[in-house]
Design a protein around this ligand. Sequence first.
Ligand code: MN
Length: 504
Amino acid sequence: MNINLKQFEVWFVTGSQHLYGPETLKAVALHSQEIAKALNASGEIPVKVVFKPVLVTPDAITQLCQAANNAAKCIGLITWCHTFSPSKMWINGLKQLRKPVAHLHTQYNRDIPWATIDMDFMNMNQAAHGDREHGFIWSRLRLSRKVIVGFWQEKSTQEKIGAWARAAAAWADWQTAKFVRFGDNMREVAVTDGDKVSAQIKFGYSVNTHGVGDLVKLVNAATDKEVDALCKTYESTYEMSADLRKGGKRHKSIREAARIELGLRAFLEAGDFKGFTTTFEDLHGLAQLPGLAPQRLMADNYGFAGEGDWKTAALVRAMKVMATGLEGGTSFMEDYTYHLQPGNKVVLGAHMLEICPSIADGKASLQVHPLGIGGKADPARLVFNTPAGRGLNAALMDFGNRFRLLINEVDVVAPEHPMPKLPVAQAVWKCRPNFEDACAAWIYAGGAHHTGFSQALTTEMMEDFGAMAGLEVVVIDADTKLRQFKQELVWNDCAYGLKSGWAC
Ligand code: MN
């Protein structure tokens, strides 16, 4: 499932007023067009940036906001006040606007022309106060937006717009997304469960369950010819031992895995689903716990999580959309086991099988091994290491009165020792600020054991996404101090308690 971010538009919207006369407004429009064009051409911004005529009346502002709401391709607005746009004019429009906004606080002219500056220059380049008036009305209306400050030609400014645009694309994707669960939540597990009705109200996406038998029908419908072709693809894509290849004595396991992938793919395509969950507790009629199939489907940008964890499946999908075109992969992940050597404490992340090969360091190896749980035939899975470098884990929990997005920045390290007996894909990382504080903070925050793991995304992108989704965003990074972090959780509980009417 290819994701094309260029299908999305953000509208570049400049606020002004009639006060300055037609000549100035003409210049404002030309300057805005030039900025929009530069942003559209920027390699840092993955979506189209579309110039919209300068807004000078309340009606024009309201109409623009309504048009943005109704334009499927429009995923957000970039607003800017080159001159001054009295903000009462914006109230009715902003009250109706349902698309994310980045308020770009920039100036057309980079430098003050010290020798020649006069009042004409001042009146043209007055974002310094025009954007303050604009910011007030957003704050007064208690509306969420991203404020981006910087010169429009500067890379760091464009990067911030790019991060926001990626988040807006993922947010737009969620609005129409459908996720399917084969079977329910893993019995008795709390953090992977949650309120699907609340999620749909807040996030737009739907989550519905199908009996695994509905999937089994399509798995059984896969033809031998299709299975042959897919097995050929496996053989040309992955390292495989001779006994798993065609003619080998364990080739049957690979064929079963191929059949499951074909059935799953057919099911997801027929239902236009953007992600799914499985559970080892509900596999009636399937020969194996799906391992290879979720791995390959994640690599094709489907969201996935195990054990019925629909929140994480949806999160992984959003992270996949945000990561489009960036270096580094994104996967479903679970904090699995620890190495507690003083001075070198690391987390080994993995799952029973289902880690996305987009994070593989080199060619993955396709293997078949027994699985201790589920009581099914030995499942096929891709086994690989994850390359060293920056990364993050993100988890989404339902706290009853709001959803919390928790992010921990990590540094992935190359495994110091080979793990020849570990039959799953894995990643090894060090947590920021350090193992003890990061894990304590994660646990104080009620962070899930399931996460979306990414070596492509930045915390900024995740925070932008969280803001659009109305999530409580809590970050554990190099600056985290545990005492303050615990206080932040208490304050957040109070703040969200006030917002929702829950006692804090
Ligand atoms: Mn799990």
